[in-house]
Design a protein around this ligand. Sequence first.
Ligand code: NAI
Length: 332
Amino acid sequence: MSVSMIVFSSRQYDRDVFTEANAAFGYALQFQESQLDAQTAVLAHGCKVVCPFVNDVVDEAVLETLHDGGTQLVALRSAGFNHVDLAAAKRLGIGVVRVPAYSPHAVAEHAVGLILTLNRKLHRAYARTRDGDFSLNGLLGFDLHGKTLGIVGTGVIGRVFGKIMAGFGMTLLAHDPGPPAEDLIAAGARYLPLEALLAQSDIVSLHCPLLPSTYHLIDADALAQMKHGAMLINTGRGGLIDSSALVDALKSGQLGHLGLDVYEEEGGLFFEDHSNHLLQDDVLARLLSFPNVIVTSHQAFFTREALSEIANTTLGNVKAWFDGSPRNQTDF
Ligand code: NAI
């Protein structure tokens, strides 16, 4: 049976890895640069499989258009699925599969990179020495060794991240409503309620999914509960943090460092070159003006290994679905 699949929001690197992985599957792949939304959904007409990315719109209206065009499966090339109206997909009989785990190391290592860069101010040092400024003033950091790290969400990524950070000699605190991770406990982690974790951690890193229960998990109250001058890292999803509360916390020094790989309003902005346009998002513009803030544009997943795993798992999910033994369905 010939299966046609359209890959939305695709860039050259997506074409490369999907084309290579498809050698083993032989699907009819179409690559579309546009993001999937109410206007572009018609482009999927005739495609049994639609492959959206993280900021594509997969709401009820889009799903209805896809359904009318003959789409049977939404094969997400991401772990997160907060952007999909699962109830509407179920009602329309459209399957939704995802890539639950692809190189958790990619995301965990990026979180570590943000911590080291913010702490040792490598972003400032890089610019300084290129400008002939070899002074150290303002670059003072702290030893990670002996400090306390709070991990919010100890699933696949949180666990890899925690074990790396244990190697720095950090004390690990963890919060997760699910069962504790044995490997993190073996690495010395203690599970605590969120409030206690926030109050005791020098660095807090978010690794939970965006769900109704985690929306704005970190708001003005939570920021006030953190240690004065602590560091906050978010490689989870933008909506985990109420970004409007961040500016005040940074201005007062309550928040000492901020590393964001995801941003609440990143849709339509991240993954694109907007350098010739005026930034319209005032909160993001203000955040980018702080020297102790680093924003990366949802690149934590972006390693060769992860891209290759994403392509192979996505195409494998499609095969399993059409073979009648679905796997990696969204089950929340
Ligand atoms: P996972 O499903 O293995 O783990 C998530 C953990 O969060 C689970 O243990 C769950 O019990 C926990 N959790 C749920 N509600 C919570 C709450 N209120 N407080 C604390 N923990 C809570 O997912 P995985 O693979 O570790 O990924 C985590 C998140 O990272 C994904 O949901 C996705 O949003 C994000 N992600 C970001 C990427 C990036 O490029 N920046 C790439 C891949 C994932």
